[in-house]
Design a protein around this ligand. Structure first.
Ligand code: FPP
Length: 248
């Protein structure tokens, strides 16, 4: 019999829902290692966990979800693992795209996906084109993404606009800078979740998480269930957010 899905309790639903959840999905390798399986199967199990988390964010009406799928540093991994991850993304989009589209999810890719294998690029372009007018959950996949590179790209594009005379040096402010990041027009994440117990940001959305509440879960990513997500949101709802000011 299919396992009955647990529902979020009413206190969670009545509390303030995060507007943008960002997730560092860590621990796939350790999950596989614990089971004496190849690391790649950890990533495959991670894909199943991701599918459920996207569905749950959609059901909870969280407007934005950003997941770290592949960093600019992940190219250093063995070629077989890199290829597996790229193929997994192709498989994920191929299998899930219709359902994501039916659920009105709009897909974005943050990062230089033009450096990924051609079939990956094709699948991404198809997903972006199909979902671009959707008005539900904005689902950002950070792929070949590095936050420092994103910031340098923003600095370059602003410099070009200054040099061409389009804008004045004095008109550069935080708002303009944020509009030149890959997340332009999106609210900053208010909740950053990292799994597998690691307490690092790992070059992920460095500018955007300036005031995010960080929740570190000891659970390895493939074991991260909707219930773990509810737990993280509850922890977020219990935090006192002051943005550098004083308690209201
Ligand atoms: C970190 O775990 C995880 C990754 C580098 C990849 C994340 C990818 C997925 C969850 C697969 C599905 C994603 C998509 C978009 C289809 P790790 O390998 O560093 O784990 P470890 O620290 O235990 O070795």
């Amino acid at each position: 019999m299919a396992k009955k899905k647990s529902m979020p309790d009413s206190a969670l639903m009545e509390g303030y829902m995060p507007q943008h959840i960002a997730i560092i999905m860590d621990g796939n390798g350790r999950w596989a290692q614990q089971r004496l399986l190849p690391r790649t199967l950890g990533h495959r199990a991670g894909m199943s966990a991701l599918k459920k988390v996207v569905q749950t964010c959609d059901e909870l009406r969280v407007p934005f979800l950003t997941v770290f799928a592949f960093s600019t540093e992940n190219w250093k991994r063995p070629e077989t693992e890199v290829n597996y991850l790229m193929n997994l993304l192709v498989e994920f989009l191929h299998r899930e795209l219709d359902e994501l589209h039916r659920n009105n999810v709009q897909i974005h890719v943050l990062g230089d996906y033009e450096a990924t294998p051609p079939k990956c690029q094709d699948e991404i372009r198809r997903a972006l084109a199909l979902t671009r007018h959707n008005t539900g959950l904005i689902f950002n996949i950070a792929l070949n993404y590095g936050s420092r590179r994103e910031i340098v790209d923003a600095a370059k594009s602003i410099s070009k606009r200054v040099l061409s005379g389009e804008i004045q040096l004095d008109s550069i402010d935080e708002h303009l800078f944020a509009q030149c990041l890959y997340t332009a027009e999106m609210p900053d994440p208010d909740l950053l979740i990292r799994t597998a117990g690691e307490k690092r940001i790992s070059n992920f959305l460095l500018w955007q998480v300036a005031y995010a509440e960080i929740v570190v879960s000891d659970v390895l990513w493939p074991d991260f269930t909707p219930e773990e997500l509810y737990r993280a949101i509850k922890e977020f709802q219990g935090r006192d957010r002051r943005f550098g000011g004083l308690k209201k």
